[in-house]
Design a protein around this ligand. Sequence first.
Ligand code: ADP
Ligand code: MG
Length: 365
Amino acid sequence: QWMKHSQENRRLHRYIQEWKGNIRVVARIRPSLLGKDCTPLLDFIGDDMITCRPFNSNPLSFTFDQVFPPHLPQDSLYEELQPIIASIWDGFHSCIMAYGPTGSGKTFTVFGPDGKGGVVQLAIQTLFDLVLENNELNLVPTISMLEIYNETVRDLLSEDPLANLEVHEDTTTGDVFAKGAVEMEMSHYSDALRIIQSGLDFRTTSATLLNISSSRSHLLCILKLRGDHGNTGSLYIADLAGSERVTHSHTQSERLDETKHINRSLSSLADVFSALRNQQPHIPYRNSRLTFLLRPALSKTGKAMLIVHVSPEEEELSETIQTLRLGQRARDIELRPSKGQDSSNILLRRQISLLRQQLADERNK
Ligand code: ADP
Ligand code: MG
């Protein structure tokens, strides 16, 4: 239903997104797969707080920009995501990252059940809407699908998907790209679904060929709108590798190596967040392929949303707490716009509150 909202409404939402600060961290708890009601170990207070009750210790509370408890359907995420997706039109580089341990629901969020109804498909629908609304601009949505495994980057849409791609930086534009990655044009929605499925199928096949589990790699979809006058912004959607800590069953050397690489890239993501938060002059983007590729979105002009995923099952509780802690840390960041814009803040504030009001009126109609 959200998709049917007018262009005007989307514009209002973009203003609000501006106001919200540029990194948002939301948490999603998947339903129990053991047929239990949600565990009494997790409590949801309001729409932005989770309380955890570990045995024999005090409850812990975590606050996010928004919490999506188990019973909420996939659609409930859309309202939260729509503004960041639509900001591609304003030339922003944005990213939406699904973070969490294996089995917590990341792929479900990103690609939906049966390859439908996920964040990627929603984003593509939005791009097709923009194409229609701006018919005269001859815009074409494109998609790239990359996999990052043990610090090597592969192109899931290429003829030769086992080849390793180098990551390059264009020092004049600041653009970072995987050299030679296919940017596939999507002519219509069903075409897009077919392309995504081929990338996902390849992810599975190559994982089998290389004897790895696909949950041990990061998958990155990069969406753009290509027009006669160059590209608009870009949207990176990441289905990140499982964040779980090493377990004793993973003692084989290649598994250890794999875990080290995953830990390193996820911790470099955390390092980038913390450098941004502390406004350090040097942001360590280059410590992993993941952060290097995501740099345009993880900069002062970018926008990012981290969707922290956790499982409701009791046996996962310590992993759940670990994951929520990281999310909480990431949330303390706000990428402020560059100096000099402060004076307009009051005007902006006023304008935003007007727009909020209009939007609320619109909804109540
Ligand atoms: P991950 O990608 O984090 O390893 P998955 O997305 O594969 O986890 O989810 C693990 C299992 O839980 C899958 O069987 C998936 O269908 C199911 N699942 C995850 N999230 C939800 C949800 N919100 N609603 C219903 N089932 C879900
Ligand atoms: Mg997965």
